[in-house]
Design a protein around this ligand. Structure first.
Ligand code: SF4
Length: 289
């Protein structure tokens, strides 16, 4: 079990997981299960530079409102038994008793009215609450999205603080449970979840429904047939078309006459020809012309 049950401190990143999916939180952070996918590997890569050094929290000034210079610190770990939270702050910017936590995220900033999804906002807010506990004023933080190099401001308003404390209490209570909660039902979060192969959400939900005497159809997450073949079109200014649907137009360098040969059951060659059209003679490798 990764959760520090002695002091009952909940890492802020686990709060992020709980807000995303309570079952993910339990599997990953209570049962200690972990699996990589593209997102987790990319996330580690983005954090490698951030985690290079660890700083201590600078002391807040005795009085606010002076001309204190901006102080920055990286990978600052803070905890509070009163809040039952612990967090590592990627980047801390402090100026005159006011601190701003900055959390680095992989990928692009989402196009949502709040500027960021709830799991990231509550994780950042937990960092802000910890800074307040350590004597700083922290009214907002920032999420830095490495994919779009965009910094999104997140205000620690009353609603977000209340939600953060609420989720913290729920996560701590969930950590005491022996079994994980049931999977999300038909959720778009599951295909991107790194633990989908361990959680088996649709399979578990199917068996649960059958136990309750319900008939249900499992969601198809992978193609029913995998017998499609790749067709490589090599050459200058080629274009290809599929039966009933054209691919985006390719650059054409010569006269737009097509030889019309079929190189595969579904692809028709439309290579531009310099003289009169010559029929293609597709080889065993279906290379044309
Ligand atoms: S696969 Fe879905 S239900 Fe399972 S842990 Fe991930 S998000 Fe939660």
């Amino acid at each position: 079990m990764l959760l520090d049950t002695g002091d009952r401190l909940l890492p802020a990143r686990m709060l992020n997981a709980f807000a995303y999916c309570p079952r993910l939180f339990h599997l990953e952070h209570v049962d200690g299960l972990f699996a990589d996918n593209e997102d987790t590997v990319e996330g580690r890569s983005v954090h490698r530079a951030v985690d290079e050094k660890e700083d201590l929290l600078p002391d807040p000034p005795d009085t606010a409102g002076g001309d204190e210079p901006l102080v920055t610190a990286r990978s600052v770990t803070l905890s509070s038994t009163a809040l039952q939270l612990i967090a590592k702050i990627d980047l801390l910017e402090a100026e005159g008793g006011v601190a701003t936590p900055v959390d680095t995220k992989k990928g692009k900033a989402p196009d949502v009215p709040e500027g960021a999804y709830e799991p990231e906002r509550v994780q950042l807010c937990a960092q802000g609450l910890l800074l307040r506990e350590h004597g700083y004023a922290a009214e907002h933080g920032a999420l830095y999205y490495a994919g779009s190099r965009k910094r999104v401001r997140v205000d620690f308003d009353e609603a977000l603080v209340r939600r953060t404390l609420e989720l913290t209490a729920q996560a701590l209570a969930a950590a005491e449970q022996e079994n994980p909660p049931p999977p999300l039902a038909d959720s778009p979060k599951c295909p991107r979840c790194s633990l989908v192969g361990i959680c088996l959400p649709d399979e578990v939900n199917l068996l649960r429904a059958e136990d309750e005497g319900q008939q249900t159809e499992p969601r198809r997450l992978v193609p029913a047939w995998d017998d499609a073949v790749a067709v490589y079109v090599v050459g200058r200014a080629f274009a290809s078309a599929r039966a009933g649907r054209r691919s985006p137009p390719a650059r054409r360098a010569g006269p737009s006459r097509t030889c019309g040969s079929r190189t595969s059951p579904t692809l028709r060659c439309s290579a531009p020809t310099r003289s009169r059209p010559r029929p293609c003679r597709p080889s065993a490798r279906q290379r044309c012309p």
